[in-house]
Design a binder for this molecule. Structure first.
Ligand SMILES: [Zn+2]
Length: 222
């Protein structure tokens, strides 16, 4: 195993690489500690490359302001994100910050995306309120399981992956078309680049559930 660091500007990600598998994993929100633990535990037993954001808060430091690291993967999303979190900045500073992210983004995506049709898995946790029902309208197909908590679900972007996940015990939605308004989240960047993407979204604190969902992916998706 080798540990390394890659950077998106001043945002650092620890890289854990095992073997030559094309599978990629990413943990993006520092306050979602259950997801980090699930991924760390998974990487002890499985092959692939995992990227862990460094920090323990949802927003990361950015110049002398902050940003949500899952809203920077499109220019439109990054612009809205800079505006939302750093209202006191001058418009020149906002413009410079945006140009800076726009310059760095493609190289970063290139280094985290799998190359040969491989799968990118993102792990997130939710705190309250957010659940699969909020995704149904944005989705092309859905499979909601009666005995599953609506706050635990997969979001995937590839129909073949969806069909495999429909057969799982878990909730799953398929989002295979780009939205009109790209909010800058990693899922849309993956889709634009033809990368298969699955988000494993689980209630904060439900580590066993997130591990089970991750294991299901490992065993059932190519
Ligand atoms: Zn998150």
């Amino acid at each position: 195993m080798q540990d390394d660091v890659i950077k998106l500007g001043e945002i650092d990600f620890k890289v854990v690489k095992k073997g030559n598998s094309d599978r990629r994993y990413i943990w993006l929100h520092g306050d979602e500690q259950t997801a980090r633990m699930a991924l760390e535990s998974h990487m002890k037993l499985n092959l692939g490359t995992a990227f862990f954001i460094q920090g323990e808060t949802r927003e990361i430091d950015f110049f002398d302001g902050i940003l949500d690291p899952n809203r920077i993967f499109s220019s439109m999303g990054a612009e809205a994100n800079i505006q939302k979190y750093n209202r006191s900045w001058s418009s020149l500073k906002k413009q410079e910050a945006l140009e800076w992210i726009n310059r760095e983004r493609d190289a970063f995506l290139e280094s985290i995306f799998p190359k040969n049709g491989g799968l990118l898995v993102a792990l997130h946790n939710n705190f309250k309120g957010y659940n699969v029902n909020r995704e149904i309208q944005k989705s092309d197909s859905v499979s909601i399981k009666k005995d599953q908590n609506p706050r635990d679900f997969f979001i995937c972007t590839d129909r073949t992956d969806f069909e495999a996940l429909v057969r799982s015990p878990f909730n799953v939605v398929l989002q295979e078309k780009l939205p009109q308004k790209d909010d800058g989240s990693l899922s849309w960047a993956a889709m634009r680049n033809g990368v298969r993407y699955v988000n494993i979204e689980v209630r904060l604190g439900w580590l066993t559930q997130q591990k089970k969902m991750l294991n299901y992916l490992e065993k059932n998706l190519e």
